[in-house]
Design a protein around this ligand. Sequence first.
Ligand code: NAD
Ligand code: DAU
Length: 356
Amino acid sequence: MILVTGGAGFIGSNFVLDWLASGDEPVVNLDKLTYAGNPDNLASLAGDRRHIFVHGDIVDRALVASLLEQHRPRAIVHFAAESHVDRSIHGPGDFIRTNIDGTFNLLEAARAYLSTRDVAGKASFRFLHVSTDEVFGTLSPTDPPFSETTPVAPNSPYSASKAASDHLVRAWHHTYGLPVVTGNCSNNYGPLQFPEKLIPLMIANALAGKPLPVYGDGQQVRDWLYVGDHCAALRRVLDAGRPGETYNIGGWNEKANLDVVHTLCDLLDELKPAAASYREQIAFVTDRPGHDRRYAIDARKIERELGWRPAETFDTGMRKTVQWYLDHQDWVRKVQSGEYQQWINTNYDAREGSPA
Ligand code: NAD
Ligand code: DAU
């Protein structure tokens, strides 16, 4: 059995669903159910005895210790985090607490748990830390992509908190011998992503006839990876990643934000035509403070050592994603209630150019 943290969020729930679709090893899923955690993501697992959901906080040491003692997992797959850069700018406190204190707590609980296991149990255990390419900071248009040896240089409260957690994970390996592996992944997209992030936000706003708020000049570049490919990469890292190593995970899909938004509008024009092209809803708004200009991932190490490459292209992944949102408008409507509207007002009302 494995212990997953944050398995009710976007990537975590995709991971749990994929995991149980491709094998029978049970999952204990520890999630605090913040605004980003959604039990509906896991509704298809209702009554499935292989999925044990625990509503709780990774910062709660006694809870984590008792889950490890009770279920004796062979691995921890650690997704739980505050994950949205704009929220970290408006309120960094939760990012420090969950991303740093929470990771510290899990590492300490794992260390105590492993001290009770025999030599074989210790050697086969893995702590898989799910991290981000944002820890490396920003690239110029001509810089080579981030590799595993690129120095970390985080620029937002979110990326600083993730970099701090990466450092803790590294140190717990070097000092205490904890068998850790870290994945630093680029921007994910796909089903079940909360519509505060670029792609689901643009789809939701487009369908609602609202402006599509592009920050600054829209020429910031991200590397995009379909979430199912990230989940497959993490399974490979868990199976065969070398303890103490980090693996960069990416889609070989560098795109400027404005091009991503154009692609979404064109797909919607085809799949759900409106009176005018959705491109007409694009609105340029005040940029994100400290906005990183470009991320790009050199994913050759994971391909060379673990044989992983993304299966989806940007075209196939985006088409699947747009179709999923069109088919799951109820899911979108449900997560857009309450706190969501408050966040939209906080983030967009004060931006020049925003007609919100
Ligand atoms: P998300 O915000 O959709 O989900 C986070 C989940 O963690 C939610 O279910 C939330 O309830 C839970 N959580 C938050 N605080 C918690 C706490 N204190 N205790 C227990 N659970 C808590 O995030 P995501 O986009 O699915 O990202 C998952 C992980 O992957 C994060 O660590 C993130 O840094 C990393 N990552 C994300 C991306 C991306 O593009 N989304 C890319 C690379 C890495
Ligand atoms: O690179 C990996 C990271 O990708 C993850 O670690 C983060 O958890 C995840 O949120 C994501 O961070 P980004 O800041 O890149 O993602 P976001 O979807 O917020 O924004 C993508 C780009 O789009 C970014 O350059 C900002 C821009 N943007 C975003 C929003 C929400 C806009 O132009 N308008 C918007 O309304």
